[in-house]
Design a protein around this ligand. Structure first.
Ligand SMILES: [Fe+2]
Length: 540
């Protein structure tokens, strides 16, 4: 088995990984285009969804599907009017500002969940054109015994959305139009691949054994480039992460409600009705208020199950949640709150001293003590499952796992970003050192190695994608400088399964983005552990 090349030349492959390409109005040229977004991420039953559409076609058809146990068409409308609408150059930052095109009311009987919007129209050449969006119907507050509340990682969706040219990673902002945007808007379409994906779209962790002394390849970005999808389709979104859990859980017989992270921020009382709240996939961007909501929920006796990783950045919300702010690597230089009386809200790593609220205090593990595995020059031949240290724990009941086994290696659940804490191994068992804010009583059940730095032995410096940028940032943030000695201190990480109790509640954290791959690929042991956690937390 070798790396697929998707028909790309070496130069095209390089552009696929290191270049900046993104969805923008006019990108499909003569064929024509249709794009849309909704005015909000989530709605309660009875509220009105406003669609903002820009299209080269004068008419389009609308279809809304609830994407759960089955794909149920809940709304279909034909012959709706559209027009081409002007889009500001900095739409990723400011929002597209398109006029409202259509609106519909959510009936009271639409169950909570993810609702996929598809618009279809005719291109200028007569061939079909289409676009996809997704909105969340949230539950109404109230007691919901026996039901799970899944909180979609919408902060990451917003951060990674490439539509319009700027996100929290790359961008067309700044004087030379080459900077990532510290502020991004939700008032723009989702990039291609966030809502629906073909089954053969590669996930990020490498499925190909890497030959000796080989520079890394990035099948997901190469596939994206070759097939017209977003460079970030595999990093975030409903199609790669949240949707897989939602569908799996409904099919496995669980009753699941869906909320966005905006609910944690603006309507935390929504948590009160649930015995179990779940987080999935690549869950990287949170506000202070969102963490307060979960900390208080667990303190009151709630149970939080996090099958997710990369709890990294503090964000702020502006304009009632329409804009997300995260200065990240530039926070100390540019975030206006840094160095002020409100500097704990600086939009940087949770572990930065100016913030002083390690992620581990909420979910047991930190991003800065974990990070990359299974791609680039970061453990490309690393373990594909969680090495198990405490097989006797209730979470592993019925799996038949032994000490030293790998959980989920067949389905590749370990990667591509993982969360951990500083630890020692004593008597063959890992224990948290307590450094980095690990909560009292944190028990580490499984642990695999990861890396924060792309070691470059076989990679020309110009070809590094991950490089040492994150390691230098973490060294600067945690140690105070970027010297080689400081980088060396922080560069070795681990991904963990860990659990702890706080107040009357409990947290279970399988700290890997790819846990959901085990559910998607129907790995019986990963399904069993997931069910063990959900059943216990639901009191089944
Ligand atoms: Fe990430």
């Amino acid at each position: 088995m070798t790396f697929p090349d998707f028909g790309l030349s070496a130069d095209e492959r390089r552009e696929a990984v290191l270049g900046h390409y993104y969805e923008r109005p006019g990108m499909d040229g003569e064929r024509g285009e249709i794009w849309c977004y909704t005015d909000r991420i989530s709605y309660a039953p009875g509220e009105t969804v406003t669609l903002h559409v820009s299209s080269t076609a004068p008419r389009y058809a609308l279809e809304v599907v609830r994407d759960g146990r089955t794909e149920a068409v809940v709304l279909r409308e034909e012959g709706l009017a559209a027009r081409w609408q002007d889009t500001p150059d900095q739409c990723s930052v400011l929002g597209c500002g398109w006029a409202a095109s259509h609106a519909f009311r959510i009936p009271e009987d639409w169950p909570s969940g993810g609702y996929r919007v598809t618009l279809r129209a005719e291109g200028r050449d007569g061939a079909p054109i289409a676009c996809h969006h997704l909105f969340i119907v949230r539950p109404v507050p109230g007691r919901r015994p026996g039901r799970i509340l899944q909180v979609a990682a919408t902060g990451s969706w917003t951060a990674y959305n490439t539509w319009g040219g700027s996100n929290h990673y790359q961008g067309i902002t700044g004087p030379d139009r080459n900077q990532y945007a510290p502020t991004v808007s939700i008032e723009r379409p989702f990039c291609r691949g966030f809502v629906v994906l073909p089954q053969d779209a590669p996930r990020i962790p490498l499925e190909v054994p890497v030959p000796p002394a080989t520079p890394p390849r990035y099948p997901h970005m190469e596939w994206a480039y070759a097939n017209g999808y977003s460079k970030k389709y595999a990093s975030s979104g409903w199609a790669s992460y949240d949707g897989h859990f939602f569908r799996w859980a409904e099919r496995a017989g669980y009753a699941v409600d869906l909320a966005s992270q905006h609910e944690l921020h603006f309507r935390p009382e929504i948590l009160d009705g649930y015995d179990c709240v779940v987080f999935i996939g690549h869950d990287e961007y949170w506000t202070w208020e969102m963490r307060d909501a979960i900390d208080e929920y667990v303190g009151r006796g709630g149970r939080a199950a996090r099958f997710a990783a990369n709890f990294m950045w503090q964000t702020r919300l502006e304009d009632e949640g329409r804009r997300q702010v995260c200065y990240k690597y530039r926070a100390r230089a540019e975030d206006p709150l840094y160095g002020t009386g409100r500097q704990s809200r600086t939009t940087t790593s949770w572990e930065a001293p100016e913030v002083g609220r390690p992620g581990a205090a909420t979910f047991g593990l930190n991003a800065t003590r974990g990070l990359y595995v299974g791609w680039g020059g970061c453990a490309p031949r690393g373990v594909r499952g969680f090495p198990v240290y405490r097989p006797e724990h209730w979470a592993f009941a019925g799996t038949g796992l032994y000490y030293g086994d790998l959980l989920g290696a067949e389905s590749h659940v370990f990667g591509y970003e993982v969360d951990g804490v500083d630890y020692v191994i004593r008597g063959g068992l890992p224990e948290p050192t307590g450094e980095g804010g690990a909560p009292d009583g944190l028990e580490i059940l499984a642990l695999g190695m990861s890396s924060l730095k792309e070691e470059s032995a076989d990679i020309p410096a110009d070809d590094q994608f991950l490089s040492d940028a994150d390691a230098r940032f973490v060294a600067e943030t945690l140690v105070g400088d970027q010297t080689p000695a400081s980088v060396d201190k922080v560069k070795r990480g681990a991904g963990m399964i860990a659990t702890f109790r706080r107040g009357g509640g409990e947290v279970f954290h399988a700290g890997s983005c790819e846990w959901v791959a085990g559910l998607l690929r129907r790995d019986p042991m990963v399904e069993r552990v997931t069910a063990n956690v959900l059943d216990r937390y639901l009191g089944r």
